[in-house]
Design a protein around this ligand. Structure first.
Ligand code: ACO
Length: 376
């Protein structure tokens, strides 16, 4: 085997420039197009953040109004797509449903083959508008409930919750959900975004790159962790069980979901903002038990291992309190991260180089194919 250095998992390897976001592990900070994400979460909506990530600047009032009009006009679940979703078993994982749905959207989009910047932007915005209807309908059909049509007098987050629960949500719930969407929207060259960029680098189309990104996000080491956090909470039950549960989990060398990060080693910049949103939901729904369990596990695991919570840790229980089924948590991440993925797809296309790394061969040396005995 050659003694060439390899970069397992590409850890610590910069592979390209990006102007979309900056993750700074030294200061535990995250900037979207130069703005601290916690400041955006405190003062603008998810629609404005999406516009910022795609266009590089926050929208003016007129630009925002035009974008909102576009988004509201593209919220309906395409009846053909609905029929295809209805053919899928309700036991299918919702990530498989949303991945299949985006694939169908690509096959039915008139502009799939047009990779001009304007067409790419329109396709990104159509996906942004349409994915909530898929996610909301999937939760409903799993519960044996009918589709709820969108309401165009509601903003993105209020309408998303309305389509899921058939009730206009109250402001604290909308605000907390909107904050989660903002925090999940973008995070530089994570595994799913990198997947989208690899696919784009072959000059494949935007929908194909998003399908690949969804596939990468599904895994529990990435987006799938938010649902895994809820399974952990279910397993532990209540705060007083944390020590015994942790003793056993660590003895079995289990990964504790919702903790640790490839880039942040001293805490995830998004956690304090999402924790505040979780606190507000705990107060709104009157569930201090969830917070007790949250704090007990976070405090004890971090004290014992020095590993901090990541964004999936507070967002899992937040989505649970709002009423989403646990399997729907990662599709919620998709609904948000589609913004970051598509911003990166456009950035990759604008200055493309085929992404094709090398490998170091460590298999058997060259050998001869054995001669075959002639068949009698
Ligand atoms: N639970 C237990 N041990 C952990 C955890 C964890 N959550 N995270 C890291 N460690 C330990 C590892 O076992 C390893 O220990 P060792 O050196 O004794 O073998 C050490 O810390 C380093 O961990 P790695 O997995 O090598 O670090 P890496 O940077 O590759 O992993 C990752 C980052 C995959 C996120 C990891 O922390 C993990 O598996 N976490 C749980 C899954 C999770 O929450 N993912 C969400 C990511 S954030 C997001 O998608 C929003």
């Amino acid at each position: 085997m050659a003694d060439q250095e390899i970069y397992k998992g590409l850890a610590g390897v910069p592979v390209d420039y990006t102007a979309v976001s900056k993750v700074n592990p030294e200061t535990n900070s995250l900037l979207y197009r130069g703005y601290p994400v916690q400041d955006l979460a405190a003062s603008v909506t998810f629609e404005e953040v999406a516009y910022l990530l795609w266009h590089g600047e926050l929208p003016t009032d007129r630009e925002l109004a035009a974008f909102e009009q576009f988004e509201r006009a593209n919220r309906h679940l395409d009846p053909v797509l609905k029929r295809i979703i209805d053919e899928l078993p309700t036991t299918a994982h919702p990530m498989d449903v949303v991945r299949s749905a985006v694939s169908v959207m690509g096959a039915r989009d008139d502009e799939t083959a047009d990779d001009s910047p304007d067409a790419e932007l329109r396709k990104a915005k159509r996906l942004f508008a349409a994915i909530p209807a898929v996610v909301a309908y999937d939760q409903r059909r799993r519960r044996g409930l009918d589709l709820v049509e969108p309401r165009d007098d509601l903003g993105y987050s209020a309408n998303f919750l309305f389509m899921t629960f058939d009730e206009v949500p109250e402001l604290p719930v909308v605000d907390a959900f909107d904050v989660s969407m903002i925090l999940y929207a973008e995070h530089s060259f994570n595994a799913s975004t990198f997947t989208a960029r690899v696919i784009t680098s072959t000059l494949s189309d935007l929908h194909s790159a998003v399908v690949g990104a969804i596939a990468a996000l599904k895994g529990p080491l990435h987006g799938g962790a938010n649902e895994a956090v809820m399974h952990t909470f279910d397993e532990i039950g209540e705060a007083s069980n944390v020590t015994a549960w942790l003793d056993e989990a660590l003895a079995q060398k289990r990964k504790i979901m919702g903790f640790g990060h490839r880039v942040y080693k001293h805490g995830d910049s998004r956690v304090p903002t999402m924790k505040t949103a979780l606190d507000s939901l705990v107060g709104y729904y009157g569930r201090p038990d969830i917070l007790d369990l949250y704090n007990a596990l976070a405090d004890e695991f971090t004290a014992r291992k020095g590993i901090h919570p990541n964004l999936d840790y507070p967002s899992g229980p937040a989505y649970h309190l709002i009423g989403f089924d646990t399997e729907l948590f990662t599709p919620l991440f998709v609904a948000s991260r589609v913004v970051g993925w598509t911003a990166h797809i456009m950035e990759q296309r604008a200055a493309n180089a085929l992404i094709r790394p090398l490998s170091v061969y460590n298999g058997v040396d060259q050998r001869d194919v054995p001669a075959r005995e002639p068949v009698e």
